[in-house]
Design a protein around this ligand. Structure first.
Ligand code: AMP
Length: 130
C-alpha cells in the first residue's frame, strides 16, 4: 500500500536525501531523535521488514551499513543506533540514530533543525559515503 515514503520515492514530495540507488533510498528523518537521524528505505512497498525476501533484506542491511559508516564519520557520537519500528509509516525503514545517550533511542526526545541545517547535514553525510 502506498505510504508517505512511496511519495518520497516517487519524488512527489521532497526529502533531505543522502543517497539512492535502484533499490533503496536514505534520507534524514523529518522529526529526528538526534541530529543525523536517517531512514534507509527500500523502494519496494513492503510493510514489515521480516516479510522481505531474504536477499532484499540482506541488501537493505548492506545499504544501511554503508550509510551508517558515513553518518558516524559526519556526526560526533558514541555510536550509531539502529532500530526498525514502522508503527507510524507502514513501509519498511531502518532508523539510524547517532547516539550519545540512551534516551535518543526512545523516540520521546526530539531535536529541531532548520531547513538549512537539514540540507547541509544531508550533503555532509553524502560526501562521506565511500
Ligand atoms: P515509525 O513508522 O514508527 O518507524 O516512524 C516513522 C518515522 O518516519 C518517524 O521517525 C517520522 O519522523 C518519520 N517521517 C515521517 N514522515 C517523514 C517525512 N516526510 N520525511 C522524513 N521522515 C518522515
Amino acid at each position: 500500500m502506498p505510504s508517505i515514503f512511496t511519495h518520497i520515492i516517487n519524488k512527489e514530495i521532497p526529502c533531505y536525501k543522502i543517497v539512492e540507488n535502484d533499490l533503496f533510498i536514505a534520507f534524514l528523518d523529518i522529526n529526528p531523535n538526534a541530529k543525523g537521524h536517517t531512514l534507509c528505505v527500500p523502494k519496494q512497498e513492503i510493510n514489515k521488514i521480516f516479510d522481505m525476501p531474504e536477499k532484499r533484506y540482506l541488501d537493505l542491511m548492506k545499504f544501511s551499513r554503508e550509510v551508517a559508516v558515513a553518518l558516524e564519520k559526519t556526526v560526533p557520537c558514541k555510536r550509531i543506533g539502529m532500530s526498525v519500528i514502522g508503527l507510524e509509516v507502514p513501509h519498511v525503514h531502518v532508523h539510524l540514530i547517532p547516539l550519545n545517550d540512551m534516551k535518543q533511542m526512545t523516540f520521546q526526545h526530539k531535536v529541531s533543525q532548520s531547513d538549512t541545517e537539514f540540507k547541509a547535514l544531508a550533503k555532509k553525510i553524502a560526501n562521506n559515503l565511500i
